[in-house]
Ligand binder design. Structure first.
Ligand code: ZN
Length: 396
């Protein structure tokens, strides 16, 4: 059992989000557990819902004009790439890259940090994306090192996705500099999910300070950088995960944008767009831990990632999906609550054997580690069964 200062669990009255949700964990490498913020819920309403209210007043035609001006500044006519698009081949990256190439006539290069273990549908969608007419750089991290880091991150901080998240975040700026592309555009709707913390400024520009750091005082998988050698992980090995350093001031040359600031779109509209314009497929079955079929499909470790969230915060993937769909008017709050009760925190059974093999853990040790991260203000044990002390579907 772990202690937590945020003992008062609150749910947003408008959607279903919990104040236990982590925010902005992406680049805080100067803390062991890589997390600094949690969602704030003031006057009963979460930050994401407040953002949605403010969205209604946005003049989208003006925003699109702003975007086109920036694109025109970076547009090239000599055949070289003028924009770098990080993505996986999910519905968001398909929408973003397609619209930039075919509507705004840019010449994009797409870049992908490979998942731990591709699912069949993930590999299909990745290829379907390229077949829409894109050049792609697929970066596959050294599997020996990536597995070690993933295991350390699971055992020490119960965040098996940390190495993936870091690698993915830090790959694009490095590649952009290498390829002399001065514009990077991300398509993730971080604001809409109420996450991203200080990574995304409200101006539409991504906070570049987080891509580079002076410090050598960093943690990876809960291990200080100077101690990674004990695990036979060298400085060379860790390079792909490292943020750019301050002395490499080239980062100043980069313009890094977040597309949802400029264009009004939502997960459902992106899904329809991807289905109409590519061979994008959804799973024939719903994803574990939620009721949806269309998001985060490409990695066999995805379900584990969402499950560890649920253990640490009491809110899982169904809460994530339902909160966003309530804000977008796709489902009601009442429906959301019922879906969360039914699916949130479902155990990742489908690829469990492969997950254990990947992490090189016995089933017993896996559960021991999971249970050691259950915060006591969130969990109680009823005979042999772990139960949430509070949930959005309970009367309180
Ligand atoms: Zn809310």
């Amino acid at each position: 059992m772990r202690e937590n200062p945020l003992e008062n669990i609150v749910f947003c009255k408008k959607c279903v989000e919990s104040n236990q949700r982590f925010m902005g964990s992406i680049q805080h490498l100067d803390t062991k557990d890589n997390i600094k913020q949690r969602a704030s819920i003031d006057d009963g309403i979460c930050g994401a819902c407040k953002y949605f209210e403010s969205k209604k007043k946005i003049n989208w035609a003006e925003r699109e004009k702003e975007l086109i001006e920036i694109l025109n500044k970076h547009r090239r006519k000599d055949g070289t790439y003028d924009v770098l698009i990080p993505g996986s081949g999910g519905k968001d990256s398909i929408y973003l890259s397609h619209i930039l190439k075919y509507k705004y006539k840019m010449n994009p290069l797409t870049v992908t940090w490979a998942p731990h273990i591709y699912t069949d549908i993930g590999w299909h969608n990745f290829q379907a994306w390229q077949k829409m007419g894109f050049n792609n750089e697929l970066h596959t991290p050294n599997p020996l090192i990536h597995r070690k880091l993933t295991k350390l991150a699971f055992v020490n901080i119960l965040h098996p996705f940390q190495p993936f998240v870091l690698g993915q975040a830090n790959l694009a700026p490095k590649l952009a500099l290498e390829k002399k592309i001065n514009l990077i555009i991300y398509g993730d709707a971080y604001f809409e999910k109420g996450v991203g913390g200080n990574l995304y400024s409200i101006s539409g520009h991504v906070n570049k300070a987080l891509f580079h750091t002076n410090s050598e005082d960093l943690y990876f998988g809960g291990i200080h950088i100077t101690e990674l050698e004990k695990y036979k992980i060298s400085k060379n090995d860790i390079y792909p995960y490292m943020p750019l350093k301050n002395k490499e001031r080239e980062i100043e040359k980069l313009t890094v944008l977040n597309l949802p600031y400029y264009l009004n779109y939502n997960p459902q509209s992106n899904f329809y767009y991807a289905s109409e314009n590519s061979d994008f497929k959804v799973n024939p079955y719903r994803s574990e831990g939620t009721y949806t079929k269309y998001a985060s499909l490409d990695d066999k470790l995805d379900n584990l990632h969402f499950y560890t969230w649920f253990i640490k915060t009491g809110r899982g993937r169904a809460t994530e999906d339902a909160a966003l769909e309530v804000r977008n008017g796709i489902i009601t709050r009442k429906e959301a609550v019922a879906l969360i009760k039914k699916y949130d925190g479902e155990f990742p059974n489908r690829y469990f054997k492969e997950i254990l093999e990947y992490l090189d853990l016995s089933e017993e040790n896996f559960h021991k580690i999971i249970d050691s991260f259950r915060p006591q203000h969130i969990w109680k044990k009823n005979k042999d069964k772990w139960e949430l002390k509070q949930a959005v579907w309970m009367k309180n």
